[in-house]
Design a protein around this ligand. Structure first.
Ligand code: NAP
Length: 335
């Protein structure tokens, strides 16, 4: 039996470390299976939350994390159409992506479009689907909206900005905690401000993308224009320098779920809307994902790659992401 490598997590928490194991290679068993030799695995901030035991859907340990890969097709089930062995593909998976081979259903796999490299393919699915579901399906963004993104310097920020610009939305403000990342945001194509500068500005937003959660939702509510919307996508405020403390969890949870939770009556009176998005849960909805991946605004948007780590440096790669030191996508290479 052929052996492959997998990265596993045995015990989530502040001191969690990944280990690499050898295991049997998967093989095609269903007509719809696509077997991929993975070249790159994409890391996501949700992986950091999961490593720290903050992600509600974390499977029972030990398990292999990872939501996205790119690579070449190794084998196909008899019913798969539109793909051939050897094709360069990207795939979205619900866990299991930190692996040198993965088996996915064909709806989870897309041929890499001409404008993307194999590296960019591994950083596409999660950011793109999150941005597209959030902007177009939930918030129904309009060309004249002022959109404020609170994670402007990261992988998702870069895709959100590109997708908005590509769809004619020009007034985009993207925020960062760090002066050093302002330039990166400007290079993505948005006005760049620190969170403090945005709080001081006498301006409102029509749409907030809120990834910090906790008490920040309440401050976003105060700066929403009439008919404004907030799409809540994360709770990164619970993480501090790649670690969590019980104090932070309690403080931010209370800030989000008790003191900061918008009342329905309040929303009616202010003509506002608050949405929630967990794109990974939409992996239960293949038709919705297939539809979005077929949309015309798909192809011109390429992710920005921050760095590529060899797979055996997964702990260092996670440290970079968890410390907020990246600006774009962090990948693992299996080559
Ligand atoms: N709900 C969903 O479906 C969904 C899908 C994708 C992503 N997300 C969320 O969206 C956010 C951005 O994702 P991403 O892929 O762009 O991640 P990323 O590349 O790691 O970027 C995250 C950025 O968030 C900022 N940040 C704020 N608080 C942080 C903290 N406590 N620790 C580390 N960084 C912090 C950092 O930018 P500065 O240092 O410039 O402030 C960092 O660069 C994450 O919170 C993620 O969980 C949610």
């Amino acid at each position: 039996m052929t052996k492959i490598k997998k990265i596993t997590l045995s015990r989530p928490g502040n001191s969690a470390k990944f280990t690499i194991i050898d295991t049997d290679a998967p093989c095609v068993t269903n007509p719809d299976d696509v077997l991929i030799a993975v070249h790159y695995s994409g890391l996501n901030f949700a992986d950091v939350m999961m490593r720290l035991n903050l992600y509600p859907e974390t499977p029972k340990a030990p398990f292999t994390p990872g939501y996205e890969v790119s690579g070449k097709v190794l084998a196909l089930g008899s019913a798969v159409e539109g793909l051939e062995v050897g094709d360069e593909v990207m795939g979205g998976c619900y866990f299991g992506g930190y692996s040198s081979q993965v088996k996915l259903s064909s709806w989870q796999v897309k041929k890499i479009p001409e404008n993307l490299t194999l590296e960019q393919g591994a950083g596409f699915m999660v950011s793109y689907l999150s941005a597209a579901f959030g902007l177009f399906e939930l918030a129904r963004v309009r060309e004249d909206d002022h959109v404020v993104i609170d994670c402007g310097s990261g992988a998702l920020g870069a895709i959100l900005i590109k997708l908005l610009r590509h769809n004619g939305v020009a007034k985009i403000t993207a925020l960062t905690r760090s002066q050093e990342k302002l330039e990166a945001i400007e290079n993505f194509g948005a006005r760049a401000l620190t969170h403090e500068q945005w709080q001081m500005a006498d301006e409102r937003a029509d749409l907030f993308i809120n990834s910090r959660g906790g008490r920040s939702i309440k401050s976003d509510m105060k700066k929403l224009s009439p008919l404004g919307r907030i799409v809540c996508i994360g709770a990164s405020n619970m993480v501090h320098q790649n670690k969590v403390s019980l104090f932070k969890i309690v403080r931010e949870f209370i800030g989000m779920e008790l003191l900061g939770r918008p009342s329905v009556m309040g929303l009616m009176n202010s003509n506002n809307g608050v949405f929630g998005l967990n794109v990974l849960k939409l992996f239960d909805e293949p038709e919705r994902i297939k539809r979005l991946l077929a949309e015309p605004f798909f192809y011109p948007v390429a992710p920005k790659i921050d760095s590529v780590f060899p797979f055996d440096q997964v702990n260092q790669a996670h440290e970079k992401l968890g410390m907020g030191r990246s600006s774009g996508k962090v990948l693992l290479s299996w080559k």
